[in-house]
Write a protein that binds this ligand. Sequence first.
Ligand code: CS2
Length: 491
Amino acid sequence: MTRLSNGTLPHLPKTIATPDYDRTKVTVGIVHLGIGAFHRAHQAVFTDEILARDPSWGICGVSLRSADTRDALKPQDGLYTLKVQDGGGETLRIIGSVVETLVAPEDPQAVLARMADPATRIVSLTVTEKGYCHNPAIGMLDENHDDVLHDLKNPGDPRSAIGFIVEALARRQEAGVAAFTLLSCDNLPSNGHVLKRVVSRFAELRDLRLAAFVAKVACPSTMIDRIVPATTDADRTAIADALGVEDAWPVVTEPFRQWVIEDHFPLGRPAWEAAGAVFVPEVSAFETMKLRLLNGSHSTLAYLGYLAGAETVAEAMALPGMQPLIEGLMREEVSPTLPPLAGFDLVAYRLALIARFKNPALRHRTWQIAMDGSQKLPQRLLGTIRDRIRAGASCDRLVLGVAAWMYYARGLDEAGQAIDVRDPLARRIAAMTQGLHDPGEIVAAFVGLEDVFADDLGRDAGFRGALIGALSRLLATGSAAELAGWQTPSP
Ligand code: CS2
């Protein structure tokens, strides 16, 4: 079958929207590190919608590991399909904002040259939580991280996002070129601050003149939201049938999208507000709300759902007891901890989240969300738990989410079969829990992980007791039975 490309674009069915700008005029203004499905269904779409106004904001997408995206997109001139779907139907559209793709391990110098180029005014990131090479409990650079050690030793030949950013900034400093704006689009609290702290510390470990330059880099925080499950072969086949040409790398997502950004871009920025982004002076209240309500619920339902045999989020939501549990978690345990957001309708937001989780058209795997729990739990569940404990308030549902993670992360499901646990701490967790059956001993081993629980939460006797209770119930009767106990919403 012919491939989607600039050449085949004019021949697509007329119902499929295509770029409304001349792609030959688009030049690179943004280097994006971590060009996965999330970036292509979110920031690249916002950018696609403003290129007709200003074609100098094309995207160079960089993969830090695998060549898959470049291999798929290059023969397609960077074009790919965005499929937006929910129970009400679907739309297809071709996105053209990615005009170059690079694979960092293959050619790190090409990536650095692009980042150091004065035309590059923004370097954005979706490298997932673990890509920050930090201690997730405290948000500081992990100075013993393998990639950090490697990149400090080989600054001109880096492999981590942090190493690339600092080396590119060093080259800009040497060449007398102003620093680009660094735009973190990952699910971290105050993601701009975390990134700034991590790159600043890394630069300090390299040299102090460079550190002074890095200290002045603008790192606006962002809150970024769209549910984007991994694309499946069935998606690819259905999209090829609709297009009449093959697209090896489409993305599938929901109608909802949200982007709240701090407006601090010294070298300018795309007019993303024209595509619906919201610029605010301070993003942290939005970020806390989203991480605690959306992502906190997501992780809780992913672990409990996976253990109860639900393959997707929508299936997990249909388990008896799951919806009341998640509604109660959001309403009673998370909402009281949130900073005030004037004029924001929290009730409508929570209702919308439930509807989004139940979207029957998305096959969002519980296993996908369960990944990297050790990096996600601190900002999704543990910060909320800390606030609840401090307020002397209950947090049983949040604790159940953490206990379900512990169950899952040990690597054995309810039938005693191995779980394919993907997590930077997976080996450490497997080793420390091997042969343990007593819930008290399992909890004691987990809460000793200071990268996750810091040095306070693990010592909280009330929290430990509640975790032991929840894990005992899960081990004794399983997740489905536990969920069934939450069927009646509390008044
Ligand atoms: C999910 C997020 O995979 C996960 O951990 O919770 O990717 C979630 O879908 C997005 O943050 C939604 O904006």
